[in-house]
Design a protein around this ligand. Structure first.
Ligand SMILES: [Zn+2]
Length: 483
């Protein structure tokens, strides 16, 4: 019988990331509704499609998954570059909560659209969000509304804050209040594309271990996955003040709040024995390579791989990592892991030195490992018949990808040379969201202009103008003069 399809891509280089890691060097891929209905060598396409897309000279692969982020922080993009050092995290939390007090749902959605558009244009089809700016409470409606509009997939965590040393008193809530709010948000926004849960951000943003347990139990009862940032060093002081020794992973494992329905984010500066604990509990992982450049000597990907854990990848908030590009993050992950290994060797303690991640490793991390980490629909799992039609088309018919020696170096160039403008088409759940590099959902110029105006308004109302670097005409900054 002839295969019926809505769309067929013909003649592309298909990087499927399916269970057998097949690559079709001259392939076809057909989509009907929201599923892939045919995939294989181009010559084997026998069907009728409403639309045929010429994919010669292009790579077709699963969409990228950004597995750690704080979406509203796009408003502070590149902030970290202003600072001589990372700055105090509690001061940053106060600053963010104070800033977003002036937002509301509409302003939040306006700023979020900019971030989501930027992500989509870089080939990202699913994203994570830990949302902690909950004054006013309606801000998160703007987050979820913009996500719904965008057509992307998402895991959104409505955060619970209660540590007085970290956040202002007015932002402190009870676990019960947060869980009720999460149930309300799920009733309104949860769909096949969007999952909503509660998160403590990091264990140190919540005042007690009892509260962490209460939150974990509540999330379990709701039937949602749990999301917790498991970085170590920033918080060790808070732990010590509470009389807790050891690392964040060890502490949370002891509390019984980590399991295979948990996403463990970031994992900065873990203690050497904590990777085994992580693997034994089956916790999903996500690495944030740029943050690790600031906090330590690069990501410890080799330690995760050594215990059989393949983490997803995230940018983290754009205030610290100004790019939204997972291509950049893949590269940083490879460079950073090499730096980390060198640092361990120089320190005379080379652990797992024989484990070397490759371009194939980071492509897997940025796609299917990220999908697992965000607990997306299990059908989002590489390109194969019956799987979700979440895919991107990269135009590789450019100088950046040559010479390619009959495509034997194409995958390496894909990781090292791809930039957002090379993304031709983005499809999520069978719907084309980017075509010829442009949004099919939004007027791009309008999204940018409205976000600029909203960001300016927020900064003015909160008095954050004083934080912006003096680079206006007539000003001087870091020895450079502006006219
Ligand atoms: Zn984060």
């Amino acid at each position: 019988m002839e295969q019926q399809a809505d769309v067929v891509f013909r003649g592309g280089y298909l990087v499927t990331l399916d269970d057998e890691r097949r690559v079709f060097t001259n392939g076809h891929l057909a989509v009907q509704g929201n599923r892939i209905v045919s995939i294989g060598p181009d010559a084997e396409w026998r069907g009728q499609a409403g639309r045929s897309i010429d994919a010669r000279g292009k790579v077709i692969m699963p969409g990228l998954v950004n597995a750690h982020n704080h979406l509203d922080q796009i408003v502070c993009r590149a902030r970290m570059d202003d600072l001589p050092s990372a700055g105090a995290m509690s001061a940053f939390a106060h600053d963010q909560i104070n800033l977003w007090k002036h937002a509301g749902a509409e302003v939040t959605a306006t700023i979020l659209r900019l971030h989501l558009l930027d992500l989509l244009k870089g080939g990202t089809t699913a994203v994570h969000d830990q949302h902690f700016t909950n004054i006013p409470g309606e801000n998160i409606e703007g987050v979820l509304g913009a996500l719904e509009e965008s057509g992307m997939r998402a895991l959104v965590s409505r955060c619970h804050l209660s540590e007085p040393a970290m956040v202002p008193a007015e932002a402190i809530e009870s676990v019960d209040t947060v869980l009720k709010e999460v149930e309300r948000l799920r009733a309104r926004w949860k769909s096949t594309r969007i999952e909503v849960t509660a998160s403590p951000i990091n264990p140190s943003w919540v005042a007690t271990g009892e509260e962490l347990v209460e939150l974990r139990e509540g999330v379990r009862a709701i039937g949602a996955p749990f999301d917790i940032d498991l970085s170590g060093d920033l918080w060790r002081e808070t732990f010590r003040a509470r009389g807790i020794a050891g690392g964040a992973v060890e502490y949370c494992a002891r509390l019984g709040i980590l399991d295979d329905q948990t996403l463990g984010g970031k994992s900065f500066q873990m203690l050497p024995y904590e990777y085994e604990i992580w693997a034994d509990l089956g916790v999903k992982a996500c690495m944030v390579p740029l943050g690790r450049m600031y906090r330590e000597h690069g990501p410890a990907l080799h330690h995760f791989l050594a215990v059989g854990v393949v983490p997803g990848l995230g940018t983290d908030a754009p205030n610290s990592h100004p790019t939204t590009s997972l291509w950049e993050v893949m590269r940083l992950c490879l460079v950073g892991t090499a730096t980390r290994k060198l640092a361990e060797r120089l320190a005379g303690d080379p652990q797992d030195a024989d484990v070397t991640p490759t371009t194939e490793t980071v492509l897997e991390m940025a796609t299917i490992a990220g999908a697992r980490a965000l607990f997306l629909d299990p059908a989002v799992n590489g390109l194969a018949i019956g799987r979700a039609a979440d895919l991107i088309v990269v135009d590789t018919d450019r100088p950046a990808f040559s010479p390619r020696f009959d495509n034997r170096r194409l995958l390496s160039s894909l990781v090292w040379c791809t930039e957002a403008p090379m993304i031709d088409l983005v499809m999520v759940d069978g719907t084309i969201l980017i075509e010829n590099g442009r949004s099919t959902v939004w007027d791009e110029e309008q999204v940018i202009a409205e976000a600029e105006a909203a960001a300016k308004m927020l900064f003015e109302k909160a008095g954050n103008d004083r934080l912006l670097p003096p680079r206006l005409p007539g000003q001087e900054y870091r020895g450079w003069k502006y006219f």
